[in-house]
Every structure is written in structure tokens, then in C-alpha cells.
Design a binder for this molecule. Structure first.
Ligand SMILES: [Zn+2]
Length: 368
């Protein structure tokens, strides 16, 4: 009976991981065998290659299948990144619209503020002339009071002196002069009072103009800070998009390599023991395996390197796609739809859904 527990599964996952990384070695072995059979053929040696061909074809079928599966996993991750990118793009658009609205609001507030500042300057100038009016009125009042006092003293003395000659009329004259200066003083007092209250009104106008300016300034400053926040958020999202674009471009480099390798392994399927074209096909296989092309590949540590043959490129992909290279460009954050674990690796697929390596292994048909 095949008892499946988590621990053996984990061990099996590790074994599977190491077998995955040795796929390239298996592939190289296939090519070596193909090369050997070809050499014998070319030397005219008739050796029984049937068992070798069968084993090669079996291995090549496994390799084609593995390469195809890996390409599909990478395509699924690429789709995932594409969705993320589209979502981020929408978010950037929405934030951009909010930013525009706030910028328009800020411009309006700034234009209102300019008007308010002009009103304030006007009110300050009115206050300043009201202050001058008040000072003038105070001066006039001081002068009038002074005049009144001097007239009172003068008329008292003058009236008394005049009285000596007019038999009392001089006193009345003095009283008359005193009464008219009194009216002047009263008028000056009223004027000073009016000027003081006008100054009070102007001061209150200035205060409310100042408070309107202050309120607009606060509003502008709050809008400016919101705009800054939004700009920062947009910048962060754009940075995330850049990272996604980078990851997608790396994935897009790897997928054709895997697809080519699938095509390559499928060539083995066409080999047959007595086929006329066997030598031609073997030649093609050996030549293609050693063909030197330039592939810009990413290493497991994220650094870039150039691979010359498709084997080297394939090896870079296999290593980077294996479990354990969780920080690699092919890995993503996802939740396994089967066990709900949060994972960071290249996911396996169950239909369109992502599953972890443990669940993937549990879903595989077992040999026992
Ligand atoms: Zn799982």
C-alpha cells in the first residue's frame, strides 16, 4: 500500500527537484548516444542500435514533456504578471486622475488666494489711512482742548479787565468766546470718536481678510501634501511595473528556448531502426545540440550571462525554475489553491490555477 504522508512527500519533492536539475544531464546523455550511433553508422559498422534507440526515444519523450510543462508554467507566470501589470496600470490611471483633480483644485485655490491677498493689501492700506485720520483727529482734539483752556484763562482775565471798564459786559463777552470754543472741542471729540470707530472697522476688515488668506494657504498646503503623496504612490506603482516588465522580458527569453528544446526532443521520435533517413536525422540532432548561438540568460542569483548552446541556456532555466530558488525572477508570490499555503517559487499548474510542489507531487500518479 502506498501511504502518502507529508514527510515522504517532502523527501520525494527534494528527490524530484534534483532529478529535474539533472534533466539537462539526461539530455546530454541522449545526444551522446545519438552521436555514438551516428559515428558507428558513418564508419559503416552495423551495430544493433535498437535498444539504444528505444532508450533514447523514451528519454527524449520525457525531456520533451518536461520542457513543454516548464514552458507552460512560465507562460502561466507571464500571464499572471500581465494581469498584475494591467491592474497596476489601472491603479496608476486612477491615482493620476485624482492627482489631476487635486492639481486643478490647488490652482483654483491659488487664484482665490491671489484675490484675497489683493483684498488684504487694499484693506491694510485703508487701515493705514484710517490710522492717519485718527491721529489727525486726535491732534485736532488736543489742539482744541488746549485752545479752550487758554481761551478760558484769557477770557476770564480779559473779561474781568473789560468788566472794569464796561460795568460787567466784559464777563459776558468772555463767556461767549468760551461757549464757541466748547462747541469746537465737542465737534473735534465727535470727529475723533468717528475716526476711532472707523479705524476699528478697518482693523476688523484686515483681520477677516487675513483669516481668509490663512484659510486658503492652509487649503493649498493640504492639497500640495495630498498631491505629493499621490505622486509618491504613483512612483512606487510605476517602479513595481518596471520590475514586472523586467521579469516578463526574462520569462519571454526563456519560453522560446524551452519550446525549441521540445521541438528538438521530438526529433528523436522520428528515429527508427531501419529508417533511411536515420543518419540524416541523427546528424541533424547532433549538429543542433552543438550549435553555438547566443542566449542572454539569467542565472539563479539573478545575474545575467550569455549561454552559447541551447543546453547551456536550458540548464540556466532548469536551475532557476527549480524549487529553492525563491528569489529568482521566475518565482512569484502565490497561494496554492489546494493547500492554501503562501508560496514563493515557480508554481505548478492545475488547470489555470497555481499549486505548490508538494500538492503537485501528491497529484502525480505513483509507481507503487
Ligand atoms: Zn499546496
Amino acid at each position: 500500500m502506498c501511504a502518502i504522508t507529508l514527510q515522504p512527500l517532502k523527501i520525494a519533492a527534494v528527490i524530484r527537484m534534483s532529478s529535474q536539475t539533472s534533466l539537462v544531464e539526461k539530455g546530454k546523455h541522449c545526444v551522446a548516444v545519438a552521436s555514438e550511433v551516428l559515428k558507428h553508422n558513418e564508419m559503416g559498422q552495423t551495430v544493433d542500435a535498437s535498444s539504444k534507440l528505444v532508450s533514447m526515444q523514451k528519454d527524449a519523450a520525457v525531456l520533451a514533456n518536461e520542457a513543454e510543462k516548464l514552458a507552460k508554467r512560465l507562460e502561466a507566470v507571464d500571464d499572471h504578471y500581465q494581469e498584475m501589470d494591467a491592474k497596476l496600470h489601472r491603479q496608476v490611471g486612477q491615482l493620476g486622475m485624482q492627482e489631476e483633480t487635486l492639481k486643478t483644485g490647488k490652482k483654483n485655490s491659488e487664484s482665490i488666494l491671489a484675490g484675497q491677498q489683493s483684498v488684504l493689501r487694499n484693506k491694510e492700506s485703508q487701515l493705514s489711512s484710517a490710522e492717519s485720520d485718527l491721529q489727525r483727529a486726535e491732534g485736532k482734539l488736543r489742539d482744541a482742548i488746549k485752545e479752550e483752556k487758554s481761551i478760558q484763562i484769557g477770557s476770564a482775565v480779559g473779561g474781568a479787565v473789560l468788566g472794569l471798564f464796561t460795568g460787567g459786559i466784559g464777563l459776558l463777552v468772555g463767556a461767549g468766546v468760551g461757549a464757541s470754543i466748547g462747541a469746537i472741542v465737542n465737534a473735534c471729540r465727535d470727529e475723533e470718536k468717528d475716526a476711532r470707530s472707523a479705524r476699528g472697522r478697518r482693523k476688523s476688515d484686515v483681520d477677516s481678510a487675513k483669516s481668509a488668506v490663512q484659510s486658503s494657504e492652509n487649503q493649498i498646503s493640504s492639497l500640495a501634501s495630498q498631491i505629493k503623496d499621490l505622486a509618491l504612490q504613483i512612483q512606487r506603482l510605476e517602479q513595481k511595473r518596471q520590475e514586472i516588465h523586467q521579469k516578463r522580458s526574462e520569462i519571454k527569453t526563456a519560453i522560446p528556448v524551452l519550446k525549441n528544446s521540445t521541438q528538438f526532443w521530438l526529433l528523436f521520435k522520428q528515429l527508427s531502426e531501419d529508417g533511411e533517413n536515420r543518419s540524416t536525422l541523427l546528424n541533424k540532432i547532433v549538429k543542433k545540440a552543438h550549435e553555438r548561438e547566443s542566449y542572454e540568460m539569467f542565472q539563479s542569483n539573478g545575474s545575467q550571462s550569455a549561454a552559447n548552446t541551447f543546453f547551456e541556456a536550458w540548464k540556466s532555466i532548469e536551475v532557476a525554475a527549480a524549487d529553492g530558488f525563491s528569489n529568482h525572477i521566475y518565482s512569484i508570490d502565490y497561494n496554492c489553491v489546494k493547500c492554501s499555503s503562501a508560496c514563493k517559487a515557480l508554481p505548478f499548474l492545475r488547470g489555470p490555477d497555481f499549486i505548490c510542489s508538494i500538492c503537485h507531487l501528491a497529484l502525480q500518479p505513483t509507481d507503487c
